[in-house]
Design a protein around this ligand. Structure first.
Ligand code: 13P
Ligand code: ZN
Length: 269
């Protein structure tokens, strides 16, 4: 079968990276059934042939007006599609969409008419925000990491930066590789425009935000880097829970040790 990836090595690398990450999400137990979604802004890989491809779906509404997305193209996981299937067949479990000139609607253009993720309002609002501020970030990831979600069932971890400081203090690398910490967004209906708006607000200060009792939303230059940020945070949550399971409150690195790290790694806060 013909694919939009044929003879486009740079685009194929991008999509294959999504497939690789989808496999990790399944292996980690973060992607039950259709859980989680990924979108990547692939506009830089789009040539005139792609620009002239006809729509293979009717025009669909995004639910928001996103002025910076005019003429942009995105690879999107399909709604109800499984990460474990996407890992092997990314173009059968996801599709490429084109944002139309009204900045409020889109069409699917390749390979198959797979309807994008139900979290599209959040993903596209975030991409619109990132472009607007001139960010190099191109990828966004929503996933259901077990231990991080478990933390959000405890009220104290929902207070600003309580989870961030706890997770940073479990192992030095977490602050080094997730230097902006973990933002918290109070529970909202999955797929809602309200959740999209809250997500953008929180991304002003964090690269990874927690949707209370649901999952995380992470952004970075590519999907592997977004995954890595979530992975280091969840590792810290696992260390915290392991210590609790051994019957004690983990000591955590001291404030002095954290400060030393911040200076040595030239970290922002
Ligand atoms: P989709 O299958 O629509 O991507 O939904 C998965 C999910 O995790 C919703 O929050
Ligand atoms: Zn979800």
């Amino acid at each position: 079968m013909k694919s939009i990836l044929d003879n486009r090595p740079a685009l194929a690398v991008e999509v294959n990276r999504v497939a690789e990450v989808a496999g990790y999400l399944w292996q980690k137990g973060w992607a039950e059934r259709n859980g989680g979604n990924i979108t990547v802004n692939i506009t830089e890989h789009v040539d005139d042939v792609i620009r002239n491809l006809p729509a293979i779906s009717e025009v669909k509404q995004i639910g928001a007006i996103l002025p910076h997305l005019k003429g942009c193209y995105f690879y999107c996981k399909g709604t109800n599609m499984r990460m474990r299937d996407l890992a092997r067949f990314p173009m059968e479990n996801g599709s490429v969409i084109r944002i139309l000139d009204d900045c409020a609607s889109y069409v699917i253009i390749a390979d198959a008419p797979v309807r994008p993720t139900s979290e599209l309002p959040s993903h596209l609002s975030v991409h619109n925000y990132l472009i607007g501020k001139g960010s190099p970030y191109k990828a966004s990831l929503h996933t259901h990491p077990i231990e991080l979600i478990a933390l959000t069932h405890g009220k104290k971890f929902l207070e600003k930066d309580v989870a961030t400081n706890l997770l940073w203090s479990m192992i030095p690398e977490t602050k080094a590789f997730c230097p902006r910490g973990l933002g918290i967004i109070p529970y909202q209906l999955p797929g809602s425009v309200e959740m999209a708006e809250a997500t953008i607000q929180e991304l002003a200060d964090y690269d990874v935000v927690m949707w209370e009792k649901h999952g995380v939303f992470a952004v970075d230059c590519d999907i592997m880097q977004a995954f890595d940020q979530v992975d280091v945070l969840n590792k810290s949550a696992q260390i915290y829970i392991s210590a609790k399971n051994m019957g004690f409150e983990p000591e955590g690195m001291s404030q002095e040790q954290m400060k030393e790290m911040t200076v040595a790694f030239n970290l922002p806060k």
